[in-house]
Design a protein around this ligand. Structure first.
Ligand code: 4AZ
Length: 245
């Protein structure tokens, strides 16, 4: 996160760290992306965070990635579901969404605590200009390697029309994404924040409105962050998470 501040424990309890272990390797898990807990056994993340044939796990309830937080819960990923129309081009990432099914028993995986809670799915579009919150352990203006402490920042929702102006992203945007940030630059998500939450407050609830997806560098003027539009995928999310085996 560019222009972010350290998050207090429990302030963003749906934020998870998505971690991968190289196959057949002694190397241990490393943070690759953010993610969002949406129910006890399901995490939403970006499609581009999924690498096939790698063991994955999620760490929930932790502010720091460089030490074992007593509030942390670590759960292995049982299954990954990448969107059928996920597509990455040199210009943009389309339908950048995936679900991680956590290992557990009888629909019980994450344990709800003060530090681990689910975020609500949105039920409607929110107005352009609304202030929302992004968070993650990704790159900062000081460090390309990211932050060991979770950071957050406030960003504004930018209309599709504005963000499709030639000096911003032109015609590459589609309805699976939206822009948020500050057109003057300075405050933005960055590499390593991908898959993590953009939440907005709606009727007192924090709703998961976007997932960090892509952008032209970080914090640059007229190059806001681009987020997966969660409202575009509500039926997809419901069909995958409510399916009975
Ligand atoms: C990335 O490389 C990335 N400024 C994520 C977010 C943004 C840019 C790049 C948005 O994962």
């Amino acid at each position: 996160i560019y222009g972010g501040l350290k998050v207090s424990p429990g302030a963003i309890p749906w934020q998870v760290s998505v971690q991968e272990k190289p196959k057949n390797s002694q190397l241990s898990y490393r943070h690759v992306c953010g993610g969002v807990l949406i129910s006890s056994c399901w995490v939403l993340t970006a499609g581009h965070c999924i690498e096939p044939n790698k063991d994955m796990r999620v760490v929930m309830g932790s502010m720091a990635l460089d030490r074992l937080d007593p509030a942390a819960q670590t759960v292995e990923v049982e299954d990954t579901i990448l969107h059928e129309n996920y597509r990455k081009t040199t210009e943009a990432v389309y339908n950048d969404i995936a679900l991680l099914k956590l290992k557990g028993t009888e629909g019980f995986c994450a344990n709800e605590t003060q530090f681990v809670k689910t975020a609500c799915l949105p039920d409607a579009q929110l107005p352009d200009g609304m202030e929302c919150t992004i968070s993650g352990w990704g790159a900062t203006e000081e460090s390309d390697y990211g932050s060991s402490h979770l950071l957050d920042a406030n960003v504004l929702l930018i209309s599709q029309e504005k963000c499709s102006e030639p000096k911003i992203y032109g015609s590459v945007l589609d309805p699976s994404m939206f822009c948020a940030g500050h057109l003057l630059g300075g405050v933005d998500s960055c590499q390593g924040d991908s898959g993590g939450p953009l939440t907005c407050k709606n009727n007192g609830d924090h709703v998961i409105y976007g997932l960090v997806s892509w952008g032209d560098q970080c914090g640059k003027k007229n190059k806001p962050g681009v987020y997966t539009r969660v409202t575009h995928f509500l039926d997809w999310i419901r069909s995958k998470t409510q399916a009975t085996p």
